[in-house]
Design a protein around this ligand. Structure first.
Ligand SMILES: Cc1ncc(COP(=O)(O)O)c(C=O)c1O
Length: 387
């Protein structure tokens, strides 16, 4: 009875607060233009920043001929193929590290790394707006979680100075924040970590593939050494357009994760054909033209939005959120846009803080300039209208 009541009340509250979330159904491959619930719409909400989600089908089919479907076991049992090893090597080279360790998802990489590293008596320092998986990783560990104000390095330094006991310190931040699109001051975080003998871990889920001339990600884009940024997490499901994740680091850290990260050890390895296909995705990404095209699209959107005085949040990345505030209004705007053929998601609490609902507009190298200008025009008209 208690469970039934809990479930019913929680669901009722979600609806009443205009926070109900549900999946839309795609009937086409992912891309700038998709068929959603039977209707063709221009997609401005994927994390497919380079348009690579619809690129690798042929490579995957070829790889499946060789590797077939399943990995059959976890990496340490018998699921680790040559395709996994080659992908790990290529990812390490591309991001500028001696080693990389594959995980099934970014969520699992973050849980695995933080819970393997932080022990009782340790301190984990996280930006207030860090991704849920980083916060969950800290909850799962034995360390004590502290959250500093968003992008406020002074606050972090103050807190660190107040906690100089015997525990080890782990500083963790997103590079590009997933719901805000702004980028952490990674060089400054690296500097603070060095001053306080802390370990720095950066989740570059939205920076890998987009930051750096060839999408090398935060370490190379910010010109840091691997001792300045010793734990780097990248995901394969966003700019690389596939699925999976990796942690890039030095040899000792990679060995440590393989021995102690439970979300690496106790789960089935990625399908080897997928690992093989991700190598082709990486080769495509390394050409660099898609990053140039993405940056041109971001610049175009920003120029048109500034001309139309749209209330964009400060962001230079492919994530260009538009401030709305009220959840009901954000939902209304998203629904109106959908009727006009644009898919833009309304992001509401608890994903973002109360009162800060927004339209999370994401740009891709695959968008055409006319699609971007049509979106800005619709946004202008809708923002003038009242729901
Ligand atoms: C910043 C950040 N970290 C980690 C993840 C999780 O990655 P994955 O989707 O591969 O689980 C996401 C998004 O999903 C993210 O936005």
């Amino acid at each position: 009875m208690i469970w039934q009541q809990r479930v019913t009340t929680a669901l009722q509250q979600r609806r009443q607060q205009h926070l109900w979330r549900q999946c839309a159904q795609l009937d086409s491959a992912q891309g700038a233009l998709v068929e959603r619930d039977g209707k063709r719409v221009i997609n401005f909400c994927a994390n497919d920043y380079l348009g690579l989600a619809s690129f690798g089908g042929a490579a995957l089919a070829r790889a499946a001929q060789q590797w077939q479907l399943g990995s059959g076991a976890s990496h340490l049992v018998c699921g680790h193929s040559r395709a996994h090893a080659e992908l790990e090597h290529a990812l390490a080279m591309h991001t500028g590290y001696p080693r990389a360790v594959l995980f099934s998802t970014g969520y699992m990489a973050n849980l695995g790394v933080i819970s393997a590293l932080a022990q009782r008596g340790d301190h984990i320092w996280q930006d207030k707006l860090n991704h849920a998986s980083l916060l969950d990783g800290a909850q799962l560990s034995r360390g004590r979680l502290h959250r500093y104000r968003h992008d406020d390095c002074e606050h972090l330094q103050q807190l660190l100075a107040d906690h100089n006991d015997a525990g080890a310190h782990l500083i963790v931040s997103d590079s590009i924040f997933s719901m805000d699109g702004d980028c952490a001051d990674v060089p400054r975080l690296a500097n603070i970590a060095q001053q306080h003998d802390a370990l720095l871990m950066i989740d570059d889920a939205h920076g890998f593939g987009t930051l750096g001339v060839h999408g090398e990600g935060a370490k190379i884009a910010f010109n840091l050494s691997s001792s300045e940024l010793p734990v780097y997490v990248g995901t394969l499901g966003k700019a690389l357009g596939g699925f999976g994740a990796f942690v890039a680091c030095d040899d000792a850290m990679a060995d440590y994760l393989v021995q102690f990260a439970r979300s690496y050890i106790y789960t089935t390895a990625l399908p080897p054909a997928l690992a093989d296909a991700m190598l082709s995705q990486l080769a495509r990404l390394q050409q660099g033209d898609l990053q140039t095209q993405l940056n041109a699209n971001i610049a175009l959107f920003q120029r048109l939005a500034a001309g139309a005085e749209l209330p964009l949040m400060p962001s230079q990345s492919a994530i260009q959120p538009l401030t709305v505030g009220d959840s009901e209004r954000a939902l209304w705007l998203s629904q109106q846009l959908l009727q006009q053929g644009f898919w833009v998601s309304a992001i509401r609490p608890p994903t973002v803080p109360a009162g800060s609902a927004r339209l999370r507009i994401t740009l891709s190298a695959a968008h055409q300039p006319e699609q971007i200008s049509a979106l800005v025009e619709s946004l202008c008209t809708l923002l003038e209208a009242q729901p």
